[in-house]
Design a protein around this ligand. Structure first.
Ligand code: GLU
Length: 497
């Protein structure tokens, strides 16, 4: 087949030069696992830090793994995390298409070019044929493809193709020498060439394997920094041989170690570890997840841990990326989430909390915005909200022992006295605001010559039926309203009598 050299020069001419270009290249599997999100984040941060472009490419050539709606999950995750891509299937760009299955013809042409350059050959072996066991100098044995197809003459290949014999394109790897490259995280890596397998680059259906498509696309998209999981580290020498065969520059590599569930196991959706979407469903907020994920295997140096995305983009430095796997610590994420919630603008928090509060607090007279303001400083994950505020709708059936509070010396006896004394004070109160309630009840404590807590604690228990509440007695009374508060205090008196 004659090579269309004009096509290759046009493709070369499209490649943007003189700028940093990074890409996030997920396979649409239906969810974004934490390691994937971290890859996306580091890819984004490198581009932003270095004033470059962040590109989204969808790697969908593995048709068996395709999941419907999966690409939408990718878009939604990037959007929710504010990882805005400059080029991609939805926004276009100078080097599209950005979906691999839409680039199919191009891979065929580049495979022919590679055959011409001696970096690949047509292989007519059937599945499982041509596999040899090879002993390496260190005594280890490996299975490798070794067949005679590479030696077929041009005419022999053409005859087989004309006869309709199915074939693949396979990478030709020199058996001598070694390939060395430098990874920005793992340092210099040298691999003897005879350890590298001659993998399939183009399948018999014309679709490329990852081993081929990643090189073609990274080159044709002008990618300067390849960020991906360290599971690709051992294959990178093969990719580098492909770059060399074409005479192309090799990008900088940033291989990131895995995110682990514990010392032995990688996080995996199959084993119940949360994906990004799961974390959101569990009440974590995107900026906290992004901040936490940034610190999984990267350290800014120093003690500080809270960084917004914008701040990360200012300080992110590849020198801080660790070679060792990091362990996902949900307790740490929970802490960070609480910090983010605390710092949030009250209106923004209300917008996030509203759906949860709507479920938990159905009493229409209760101001949900005021409830949100009360819980905001104490909320760790949004999903806790219901449990923290459900007493507002209905007083739970609580145990009388809740009234005993050792530290303030509140006993069942003085609790009863306090509640009884608070009734007339509260009944006579016109202004039912937190401030007025506090003034009234602390005035009562003063006249009883007891500490505030001996009055406030029993009122809090009586109106909430809980040991821990968002806010103190007077804040809760203000939320519940006068009638409901007084009704609950009556019920408390009855319990204690
Ligand atoms: N599609 C590959 C994956 O999802 C991406 C690897 C890469 O970034 O090169 O694992």
């Amino acid at each position: 087949m004659a090579l269309d050299m004009e096509f290759f020069s046009q493709m070369e001419a499209r490649i943007p030069k003189g700028e940093v270009r990074t890409r996030f290249a997920p396979s649409p599997t239906g969810y974004m696992h934490v390691g994937n999100l971290r890859t996306a984040l580091y890819t984004y941060l490198i581009a932003r830090r270095l004033g470059g472009k962040f590109i989204l490419r969808i790697e969908d050539t593995d048709q068996e793994r395709l999941v419907e709606g999966a690409v939408d999950v990718i878009y939604a995750t990037l959007r929710q995390c504010d990882l805005t891509h400059d080029e991609g299937p939805d926004v276009g760009g100078p080097v599209g298409p950005y979906v691999q299955t839409e680039r199919r013809d191009l891979y065929g042409k580049y495979a022919e070019l590679l055959i011409e350059k001696g970096g690949a050959y047509r292989c007519f072996c059937k599945e499982g044929e041509g596999v040899a066991t090879v002993t390496l100098p260190n005594g280890e044995t490996i299975k490798k493809h070794q067949c005679g197809c590479a030696k077929l003459s041009r005419e022999e290949v053409q005859a087989k193709l004309d006869a309709g014999e199915p074939s693949v394109v396979r990478q030709a790897i020199p058996q001598e020498g070694s390939t060395t490259f430098s990874d920005l995280v793992f340092g210099e890596i040298t691999t003897p060439n005879n350890e590298l397998d001659e993998n399939v680059l183009l399948k018999s259906d014309g679709l490329p394997t990852y081993n081929f498509a990643n090189v073609i696309d990274d080159h044709l998209m002008g990618i300067t920094h390849v960020v991906r999981g360290s599971e690709y580290l051992s294959s990178s020498p093969k990719y580098n041989l492909l770059y060399q065969s074409y005479g192309w520059d090799i990008p900088a590599y940033v291989h990131c170690p895995p995110v682990m569930r514990d010392a032995q196991h990688k996080m995996s959706k199959r084993h119940g570890d949360p994906s990004y979407e799961d974390l959101i469903a569990q009440g974590y907020v995107s900026p906290a997840v992004v901040n936490y994920v940034a610190l999984l295997g990267w350290s800014p140096g120093g003690e500080r841990e809270i960084y917004t995305l914008r701040e990360l983009a200012e300080v992110f430095d590849l020198k801080g990326v660790s070679k060792s796997p990091s362990v996902f610590d949900i307790a740490k994420l929970r802490w960070m989430n609480a910090e983010y919630i605390k710092a949030m603008d009250p209106e923004d928090f209300y917008a996030l909390a509203e759906p949860y509060l709507k479920e938990a607090v159905k009493t229409t007279s209760i101001d949900r915005k005021a409830v949100a303001a009360l819980v905001q400083p104490r909320c760790e994950v949004l999903t806790d909200l219901a449990e923290r505020v459900d007493f507002l709708d209905k007083l739970p059936d609580y145990d009388v022992s809740l009234y005993v509070h050792k530290k303030s010396k509140t006993t069942l006896e003085n609790a009863l006295t306090s509640l009884q004394a608070s009734l007339p004070v509260l009944e006579g109160l016109e202004d039912w605001s937190n401030d007025a309630l506090f003034a009234a009840l602390s005035g009562l404590a003063a006249s009883l010559e007891v500490k505030n807590a001996i009055v406030l604690w029993p009122v809090r228990v009586a109106v909430s039926g809980k040991l821990s509440t968002p806010g103190g007695a007077t804040e809760l009374c203000a939320l519940l309203g006068k009638d409901e508060s007084i009704k609950r205090i009556h019920a408390g008196i009855e319990k204690l009598s």
